[in-house]
Design a binder for this molecule. Structure first.
Ligand code: GDP
Length: 681
């Protein structure tokens, strides 16, 4: 049996572009629910959700923030997600914790790539969606804003309320049937939404078509089903600043959004490979514990904070559940609910609720707390997040603080799923990668201000990769006779390009008749592998190659492992040179929204930077969406370029797509600059 309190919960995430008014909306909700006496303002840095110094200074959310409050007998957990394109991954990472995703759109503002990607992700993750059109007080054309929503997300986006009397109030058009709204007669919208809702329930449809009376609870049930199935995307109108429609919005969340028991279950799994089985969490508080950590933050007061959602069972202070596959249970000394950056201690968190626990070092994003009875390797099916692509080469400003920097970066990357660090052997640089310029800038500031390690940064050298394009053979005979014992080993091998999906490297022994005794094969493979990291033609990692050793010679006395290692390495380099080697460079997929009249300029700028336009969609409201690809090295400074092309009206997101061969002239330059290390043998 589920705890009756689970049925009163509503977990929602507010998503959408920066400036659509999410943070202000959360303030308005908290004020209406009586949690704060009056709404704070983003411009004063006085809001509950934008609470870090950096957020206050830049006046926008960089992190997702959680708040909770009660309304109409329900308990609401609301997640305010960051709206900047650089933080789209951080916003996506919140989806496992909620039952409904609510896109916030500023009336008269464009629906940018962030909103579109999050709505798409919500569909992928089987999450009901809702749209709230904010800023209706601004005098913007609200009919046009609603049309933009329909063009972007489909005709199943239907209002449940409408602005009226010059957007000074909203009128319910789900239960209401008469009156006049700013967008036309209420009756028309009432009919449209009912037509859509009854489609999911045959019995209801029959009664409806015969003109019969529909019981409100039947309509509500069908509404929820339509919402769950993505058959309906309700649209509401509010002004977070003037307070218009706020109560109706809260009522809609309580009455129309699914509670955790009604929501589509999150896809948990146990085991690995063929033995993997799915687990559908029951949300029963008496069932074995299952909680998922969806966010890690470093809190200035309580230290590391792991934020989780309980999907089954209950967590109480003092409990010692299992954490992932660790044998040793973890003790939960304090539990919290979050109100922005404030923590409220609680004694338990039941199924369906969201809370946090502090100072457990072993906890990571995606960790699972369980009681050990659900099987091994219990996890939530991975949520694919965009891969960070924009990099900066970083070094600590003070010599000797490398370890401190590594430690600080490890903490930051554990918090942020779209940040990573890599030591690139080919360029001898340490590259911090994030989603964009702003993301990296904020990260560098945190390293300096929060962790006390100021870092110097510079644009990274391009991390090319080497590969071969045709099959070829290579040979080397290693012979040394200097004084005492000699060295002898001779290797013939063949290299073949590996196709997509065949992996990065294969090694096989294709010798016959014992031309090389088996015991020397590992030494040959070791020699070959030395080339993989350092490259054969330009000093970059070599990949996608199969190596078959097919012949050779050995000497009963002088053949040693070291001799075969050298022969293997040299034969491999010889073969690669003959196999038409190329340099690959990373290509990113880029999605740009911009005014329609900038399409030409955006396209020619891309073309001028070796990019390609793959398609353009007209979005309505004078906006267009351009999809394209470009070499990463050409779009490292894209934010500034797009700003100047579109006069600040464009936005974009990009993520890794694939590797592609560089043009011949680039390749020749890079190879010419390569100084191979002289062989020490
Ligand atoms: P977020 O980036 O989506 O969190 O948006 P904010 O809450 O920071 O709001 C962006 C700007 O829009 C701020 O200057 C707000 O004061 C303003 N804003 C938010 N909601 C409204 C509204 O309903 N009406 C008007 N006129 N301005 C609003």
């Amino acid at each position: 049996m589920a705890d009756p309190r689970t049925g009163t919960m509503r977990n929602v995430a507010l998503v959408g572009s920066t400036d659509s008014g999410k943070t202000t909306l959360v303030e308005a909700l908290l004020a209406k629910a009586g949690v704060i006496s009056r709404a704070g303002r983003v411009v004063d840095g006085s809001t509950v959700c934008d609470s870090s110094d950096i957020e206050k200074e830049v006046g926008r959310s960089l992190e997702a923030a959680l708040v909770h409050f009660d309304h109409g007998g329900a308990h609401l957990n609301v997640i305010d997600t960051p709206g900047g394109p650089d933080f789209v991954g951080r916003a996506m990472a919140m989806l496992p914790a909620v039952e409904t995703v609510i896109l916030t759109l500023g009336a008269g503002q464009e629906i940018d790539t962030v909103g579109r990607r999050l709505m798409k992700k919500a569909i992928e993750r089987d999450l009901p969606r809702m749209v709230v059109i904010n800023k209706i007080d601004t005098g913007a054309d609200l009919a046009a804003s609603y049309e933009a929503v329909r063009t972007a997300f489909g005709d199943n986006c239907l209002p449940v309320n409408l602005p009226a009397d010059g957007a000074t109030k909203v009128i319910d058009c789900l239960s209401g049937e008469s009156g006049e709204s700013d967008l036309g007669p209420i009756e028309d919208f009432h009919t449209r939404i009912l037509d859509q809702i009854v489609e999911v329930d045959e019995e209801l449809m029959e009664i409806y078509l015969e003109g019969g009376e529909l019981a409100p609870e039947k309509i509500q049930a069908a509404f929820k089903q339509a919402l769950r199935e993505g058959h309906l995307v309700p649209v509401l109108f509010v002004s977070a600043e003037a307070g218009t429609g706020i109560e109706a919005f809260l009522d809609a969340i309580v009455e129309l959004c699914p509670n955790p028991l009604e929501g589509n279950p999150r896809p948990f799994e146990a085991g690995e490979g063929d033995d993997m089985k799915s687990i559908s969490p029951s949300l029963d508080s008496n069932a074995p514990l299952l909680a998922h950590v969806f966010k890690i933050t470093a809190d200035p007061f309580v230290g590391k904070l792991s934020i989780f959602k309980v999907h089954q069972g209950v967590i109480k202070v003092g409990d010692s559940p299992h954490l992932d596959d660790d044998r040793k249970p973890v003790r939960l000394a304090h539990l919290f609910k979050l109100q922005g950056n404030k923590h409220v201690e609680v004694s338990e968190l039941i199924a369906g609720d969201i809370g946090a626990v502090s100072k457990i070092d072993e906890m990571k994003r995606n960790s699972v707390l369980h009681d050990g009875t659900l099987g091994d390797h219990v996890h939530l099916r991975a949520l694919e997040l965009p891969r960070p692509m924009v990099g900066l080469a970083v070094t600590p400003e003070k010599r000797g603080s490398e370890a401190k920097l590594a430690d600080a970066i490890a903490k930051l990357t554990s918090e942020d799923p779209t940040l990573n660090i890599e030591r690139v052997a080919a360029t001898k640089q340490t590259i911090l990668r994030g989603m964009g310029e702003m993301h990296l800038r904020v990260t560098l500031r945190r390293l300096s201000e929060q962790y006390g390690v100021p870092v110097a940064s510079e644009p990274p050298k391009v991390a090319y990769k080497e590969t071969i394009t045709i099959e070829a053979s290579g040979h080397h005979r290693h012979k040394k006779q200097s004084g005492g014992a000699g060295q002898f080993g001779e290797v013939f091998l063949r290299v073949t390009p590996l196709e997509d999906g065949e992996g990065e490297f294969e090694f096989e022994d294709a010798t016959v008749g014992g031309s090389i005794p088996k015991q020397f094969m590992p030494a040959i493979e070791k020699g070959v592998r030395q080339v993989l990291t350092g490259g054969a033609v330009a000093g970059y990692p070599l990949q996608r190659v199969r190596v078959s050793v097919y012949d050779g010679k050995y000497h009963p006395v002088d053949s040693k492992e070291i001799a075969f290692m050298t022969a293997g390495r040299r034969a491999f380099i010889d073969a690669v040179h003959k196999a038409k080697p190329v340099l690959l460079e990373p290509i990113v997929a880029i999605e740009i929204t911009c005014p329609e009249d900038s399409i030409g300029d955006v396209g020619s700028d891309l073309a001028g930077h070796r990019g390609r336009m793959l398609g353009t969609d007209i979005l309505g409201g004078g906006q267009a969406l351009i999809r394209g690809t470009a070499p990463l090295s050409e779009v490292a400074d894209y934010a500034g370029r797009l700003r100047s092309i579109t006069g600040g009206a464009g936005s974009y997101t990009m993520e890794y797509s694939h590797d592609e061969a560089t043009p011949v002239h680039v390749q020749q330059e890079v190879i010419a600059a390569f100084q191979p290390h002289t062989d020490e043998d």
